[in-house]
Write a protein that binds this ligand. Structure first.
Ligand SMILES: *[C@@H]1O[C@H](CO)[C@@H](O)[C@H](O)[C@H]1NC(C)=O
Ligand SMILES: *[C@@H]1O[C@H](CO)[C@@H](O)[C@H](O)[C@H]1NC(C)=O
Ligand SMILES: *[C@@H]1O[C@H](CO)[C@@H](O)[C@H](O)[C@H]1NC(C)=O
Ligand SMILES: *[C@@H]1O[C@H](CO)[C@@H](O)[C@H](O)[C@H]1NC(C)=O
Ligand SMILES: *[C@@H]1O[C@H](CO)[C@@H](O)[C@H](O)[C@H]1NC(C)=O
Ligand SMILES: *[C@@H]1O[C@H](CO)[C@@H](O)[C@H](O)[C@H]1NC(C)=O
Ligand SMILES: *[C@@H]1O[C@H](CO)[C@@H](O)[C@H](O)[C@H]1NC(C)=O
Length: 683
């Protein structure tokens, strides 16, 4: 006992001995802080006061998530080296000049989420001493415009300033007068409605400006040519136009105008470097210049006079690679418009009202550089052949939630002739030629109400992934996927309510991922044995058995099986899968059915005792089962061993001594009420 007690003491003493050794000048250290010679972190340790005892040579101090109310102190000896101070998420409301005067080397001061709206006059005066501060976070401090202005009015070295999440309503003209070196300015999440003329003028080095989540209605004469990134998303902008005069090119690369009320494409005649333009969630109904009519605006602006001039707003946008126009009101795919965007890689027109692609003579023979095209959730009924011919680099296309029907092709080599190469889609065209699209690798035709897939519909299109899910009652005859035998790796036929007659797969020699869930299959397609499947989803079908799973299980890693009426008495396939090391992650949810006195009983597969199945020497009765189930854990364990010996599936659930057996709905469909077996009575 004594020995044990001493050992205990020794263990307790050891850390303090070590600590004492580590600080030879026996500096009193705060026990809650983690400390190295130049860094100290006291994050969320319940501090109420600035831990003055740390001191001596600390350069980096983290005090966030505490309850500190004041930074004061006539003596804060030893913080002369401090360069970085984080006091975010405290209750700071008073900062004294004497305290700050003792931090001459401070470069970064993070004070977000405090109460610096209080005592702002006195605090702000103290801030004027922070001559060398480069990074200042004053976010979420309930600061109004004039308070923010006062705080930064003498910080001439500022490079990075965060004023987000305050209550500023306007930007005053003189706010940044003394911060000419500012590079990054975050003003997001305020209530800014007005930017006074010249407010940004002193900021000649500004590169990143975030004005997202404010209340701006109009930006005209935008002239910050030095900006690289401008975020104006989530405002109420109806108009965005850049300065008309001036020859200086803009350096803007990223412009986010998403979630506004723009009616037309922004005017950016000199933004030659723009690569990323986000116009999603606006009200743009046409991309043709000057198309927005003044009466469509909520407010009136003098800039509207310019609208009936023909400007080419995109003439300069030769570097735009990424254009997001999703969630707008476009009805036509404006081909010639995108033609002037020579570097466009990624284009989203998802969730517009596209019914057709514009058939302008100008688009004859022109090509777009687009590789990734999102047209989901529109009202497209047909895409003509010329459309694909004009997108020779197309690799990925999302056409889900439209009404497109794939055309038939003649298989092998003749595909190109069908569907025509004409530049207009004939009025009678009802189908879209998805064959012979030379670089298309990923295609989604989910939810297109496709009723029948025609033979060789994707012939000579080197698809790696194809999504045909959500096409209720889709019929896919043998040969429909002909031509994809040596390319297709992922296929989804999910939620199509297909029976085995409608889901004929050819021999897909490279298929790795297959989703067949949500159908009416009682047999798997025979073609499967050709495929080196790694992942298979067959949930929610009518399968009773997988027969000889061995033929394709050698490459399989995971299979999902729940929601099928598996037969409890032919679960040999499960053994085969397990022997092959295949994961069945949803096995606990899977159920099987057995017959008892002419009725179908459903049980969890993991808990199904093997003796419910008819055996040559006479079937074990359910009464015996009930008796057995009430035996001790030892008996259960013994059975477990016995079953293991016979390679019967899963003993996993028996430890709980409860078997989930329940009565199926009449006809074996619909929800069944679960009843534990140990409470089951003879049925
Ligand atoms: C602002 O800074 C300048 C020097 O950078 C100094 O002369 C002036 O007194 C400061 N103003 C205030 C109000 O502290
Ligand atoms: C613009 O700000 C919004 C809101 O904070 C944000 O979701 C979006 O990612 C930002 N855009 C860019 C390009 O950073
Ligand atoms: C555009 O903005 C939306 C919403 O803010 C966002 O979901 C989308 O990813 C952005 N698009 C691009 C291309 O950045
Ligand atoms: C269009 O321009 C003409 C003169 O070219 C002008 O008289 C008219 O007011 C302008 N329309 C609008 C809507 O500004
Ligand atoms: C389009 O080009 C084809 C040849 O590629 C030509 O026969 C046809 O007349 C052109 N149509 C128009 C409207 O220019
Ligand atoms: C789906 O297609 C069938 C014809 O194949 C048509 O009768 C039905 O109206 C279409 N449904 C929808 C929602 O478009
Ligand atoms: C039991 O299930 C089998 C196969 O699912 C079915 O053929 C039979 O009609 C069902 N019997 C009853 C009584 O529901």
């Amino acid at each position: 006992m004594l020995w044990a007690a001493r050992g205990c003491f020794l263990l307790w003493l050891l850390p303090s001995i070590l600590r004492a050794r580590a600080s030879p000048e026996t500096r009193p250290s705060s026990p809650l802080c983690q400390q190295s010679p130049t860094k100290a972190s006291c994050k969320g340790v319940g501090l109420r006061k600035f831990p003055k005892e740390l001191g001596q040579g600390i350069k980096y101090l983290e005090l966030s998530n505490n309850f500190i109310q004041t930074l004061s102190g006539s003596n804060m000896p030893g913080f002369g080296q401090l360069e970085y101070l984080d006091v975010c998420f405290n209750q700071l409301e008073a900062v004294s000049a004497t305290a700050l005067a003792q931090l001459p080397r401070l470069r970064s001061l993070l004070l977000g989420s405090n109460r610096l709206d209080r005592n702002y006059l006195a605090n702000g005066e103290a801030f004027h001493l922070l001559r060398n501060i480069e990074v200042l976070d004053l976010s979420v401090n309930n600061l109004e415009s004039h308070m923010a202005s006062w705080y930064i009015s003498n910080l001439t070295s500022l490079r990075v300033l965060d004023l987000s999440g305050n209550t500023m309503t306007k930007l005053l003209a003189g706010t940044f007068r003394n911060s000419p070196r500012l590079r990054q300015l975050d003003l997001s999440n305020n209530y800014i409605m007005e930017i006074q003329k010249g407010a940004f003028e002193p900021l000649e080095e500004l590169e990143v400006l975030n004005l997202a989540l404010n209340s701006l209605h109009c930006v005209s004469g935008f002239s910050l040519t030095q900006l690289r990134v401008l975020n104006l998303s989530h405002n109420a902008l109806e108009l965005f136009s850049s300065e008309e005069e001036g020859a200086e090119p803009y350096l803007l690369r990223v412009l986010d105008l998403s979630h506004n009320r723009l009616l037309s494409f922004p005017e950016l005649p000199r933004a030659h470097d723009l690569t990323h333009l986000n116009l999603s969630n606006n009200l743009i109904s046409s991309l043709l210049p000057g198309s927005a009519h003044p009466r469509e605006f909520v407010l009136l602006y003098k800039e509207m006079q310019r609208f009936n001039r023909t400007v080419r707003p995109v003439a300069a946008l030769t570097h735009v690679a990424d254009l997001d126009l999703s969630n707008n009101r476009l009805e036509l795919f404006p081909f010639s418009f995108f033609q002037s965007l020579g570097s466009l890689h990624s284009l989203s027109l998802a969730r517009n009202c596209l019914q057709d692609v514009a058939r302008e003579s100008a688009s004859n023979g022109t090509e777009l550089s687009v590789r990734w095209l999102d047209l989901q959730s529109n009202a497209l009924r047909v895409l003509p052949r010329w459309f694909f011919n004009s997108l020779p680099h197309l690799e990925s296309m999302d056409l889900s939630s439209n009404s497109l029907q794939p055309c038939e092709s003649q298989g092998s080599d003749q595909g190109r002739d069908l569907g025509g190469d004409s530049h207009t889609s004939a009025p009678g065209d009802t189908c879209t030629p998805f064959y012979n699209v030379p670089h298309l690798k990923h295609l989604s035709l989910s939810k297109n109400n496709i009723s029948r897939l025609q033979p060789h519909a994707f012939n000579r299109t080197p698809l790696l992934s194809l999504d045909l899910s959500g096409n209720r009652d889709l019929s896919m005859p043998m040969g429909a996927l002909g031509g994809l035998e040596l390319s297709l790796q992922e296929l989804s036929l999910r939620d199509n309510q297909m029976d085995e007659g409608q889901a004929a797969l050819p021999c897909l020699g490279t298929l790795r991922v297959l989703d067949l869930s949500g159908n009416h299959l009682s047999l798997l397609p025979t073609g499967l044995s050709c495929s080196p499947l790694e992942s298979l989803d067959i949930q929610n079908n009518h399968l009773q058995s997988l027969g000889t799973a061995g033929s394709w299980s050698h490459s399989l890693r995971a299979v999902l099986v729940a929601g099928n009426p598996w037969s409890c008495c032919s679960l040999g396939w499960l053994d085969t899968l397990r022997a092959a090391g295949v994961a069945v992650p949803d096995l606990p949810q899977a159920r099987c059915v057995f017959q008892e006195h002419g009725r179908n009983i459903s049980a969890r597969i993991t808990n199904t005792p093997h003796w419910i199945c008819p055996q040559p020497e006479g079937a074990a009765s359910l009464a015996l089962l009930v008796a057995l189930m009430s035996l001790s854990l030892l008996t259960a364990w013994a059975f477990c061993l016995l079953r293991k010996g016979r390679k019967a599936p899963g003993c996993v659930g028996l430890g709980s001594n409860r078997v989930g057996v329940f009565q199926p709905h009449p006809k074996g469909k619909g929800p069944a009420e679960e009843r534990p077996a140990d409470s089951i009575t003879q049925v």
